[in-house]
Design a protein around this ligand. Structure first.
Ligand code: HEM
Ligand SMILES: *[C@@H]1O[C@H](CO)[C@@H](O)[C@H](O)[C@H]1NC(C)=O
Ligand SMILES: *[C@@H]1O[C@H](CO)[C@@H](O)[C@H](O)[C@H]1NC(C)=O
Ligand SMILES: *[C@@H]1O[C@H](CO)[C@@H](O)[C@H](O)[C@H]1NC(C)=O
Ligand SMILES: *[C@@H]1O[C@H](CO)[C@@H](O)[C@H](O)[C@H]1NC(C)=O
Ligand SMILES: CC(=O)N[C@H]1CO[C@H](CO)[C@@H](O)[C@@H]1O
Length: 325
């Protein structure tokens, strides 16, 4: 126990020396002294929830993305609306961002273990990693921690100035990512998150049925795949879902880039990655699993550092859904 404590802290120092230019004030093993069980607890709960619901992995990954792109990774997405404020999670792009109850479970357990120590923003970042890692039974990337929680959450900010829409073109995607300090490489690598998870017919409506307002299909979709999607979405119910990576939507792998290059990317924003020579080239490179895993890990670190609150900024929330009084 004692030696593992020293090992943890020695590792921390060595890595701190190596990673001096990570920036944003985040560190590896931030809770090494204050909450040594942090990583174990998050993994434990996340893995058991993903084991009982294989769709949960995608939800938790998406929560981290939506949190980071609106006001930085400060867990603002977790805050509930109040009588005087409509919170981010009510905004339309959030329609299917779920998994908040998993974060609540983790927070409850952590408050027993080390009260008022671990931020909700760090829980979200780590749970996203563990949700994806469950399949591989090993951590797929390292998570830098030390984020603190914000206390402002505004539905009006979860708009298309922050979050690209499924119909964004390449120029818009590049711009919105650049605004968060992310590169085209990050854009292409992070879009690979669509290797897991589902969407809904409502998001695809125009692309499948009325692309230019003449009852037509987006010609950039492979025709036989477009037909399959049109059939699925001809009379959808609220529960109808479309796998984003049709042959392996539960597997976190590089298959997304293969189908993308077969013109089977689900959104215009996916297909748009083929419209720029550099990003198109990257979608080919990332078809190799090890290249994808390496770059995805790197880009998740970049995304996880967007506008973070550290040091004395922000707070450590006691409950993830409400700011401290
Ligand atoms: C590049 C711009 C992006 C756009 C336009 C976009 C858009 C969308 C849309 C429209 C959905 C489906 C929502 C629904 O129908 O319920 C979705 C799902 C998803 N997105 Fe993205 N996304 C983008 C980037 C990302 C990034 C960077 C990540 C994570 C790193 C991510 C992770 C996910 C996941 C995992 C799902 C599936 C959620 C589930 O199955 O519940 N997306 N995205
Ligand atoms: C992990 O979860 C199991 C049951 O869900 C529990 O018995 C065990 O103590 C947990 N371990 C940690 C480190 O929280
Ligand atoms: C991309 O979309 C934006 C916003 O809808 C639009 O103003 C712009 O003209 C589009 N760019 C291209 C190259 O189509
Ligand atoms: C298709 O789009 C056009 C132009 O936006 C609109 O006038 C028309 O009502 C749409 N058709 C359907 C079936 O939604
Ligand atoms: C939000 O948190 C800051 C500290 O980060 C604090 O100064 C401010 O009073 C808080 N605002 C509200 C509305 O709680
Ligand atoms: C998960 C979640 O909070 N979803 C909300 C997204 O926004 C709609 C309103 O457009 C709410 O009804 C959902 O509850």
């Amino acid at each position: 126990m004692r030696s593992s404590f020293y090992f943890c802290c020695v590792t921390l120092v060595v890595l701190a020396l190596i990673e001096v230019c990570t920036g944003a004030g985040l560190k590896l093993n931030f809770y090494c002294k204050t909450c040594p069980q942090f990583e174990k607890i998050v993994k434990n709960i996340t893995w058991s929830r993903v084991a009982s619901d294989p769709r949960m992995g995608a939800k938790l990954l998406r929560v981290h993305y939506h949190d980071c792109f609106v006001r930085g990774c400060d867990a603002s997405l977790l805050l509930d609306s109040t009588s005087t404020n409509v919170a981010e999670k009510e905004a339309r792009p959030n329609l299917s961002v779920l998994g908040f109850d998993v974060i609540d479970d983790i927070k409850t357990r952590l408050e027993e273990e080390c009260p008022e120590t671990v931020s909700c923003a760090d829980i979200v970042a780590l749970a996203a990693r563990d949700a994806v890692s469950f399949q591989y039974k090993r951590p797929m990337w390292k998570v830098w921690t030390g984020r603190r929680d914000g206390n402002i959450s505004l539905a009006t900010e979860a708009n298309n100035d922050n979050l690209p829409s499924a119909s964004s073109n390449f120029t818009t995607l590049r711009q919105l990512f650049a605004r968060k300090g992310l590169s085209v490489m990050d854009l292409v690598a992070l879009s690979g998150a669509h290797t897991i998870g589902v969407s809904h017919c409502g998001v695809l409506g125009r692309r499948l049925f009325n692309f230019t307002g003449k009852g037509d299909v987006d010609p950039s979709i492979e025709p036989s795949y477009a037909e399959i999607l049109r059939t699925k979405c001809s009379s959808p119910t609220r529960e109808t879902t479309i796998d984003m990576d049709p042959e392996s939507s539960l597997s976190f792998d590089s298959h997304y880039y293969r189908i993308l290059n077969q013109k089977k990317g689900l959104f215009q924003s996916d297909a748009a990655l083929l419209n720029n020579p550099i990003s198109a080239k990257l979608t080919k490179l990332l078809q190799r699993p090890n290249v994808f895993f390496t770059y995805f890990a790197r880009s998740m670190r970049h995304m996880g550092a967007i506008d973070v609150l550290t040091g004395k900024d922000g707070e450590i929330r006691k409950q993830c859904r409400v700011p401290n009084a």
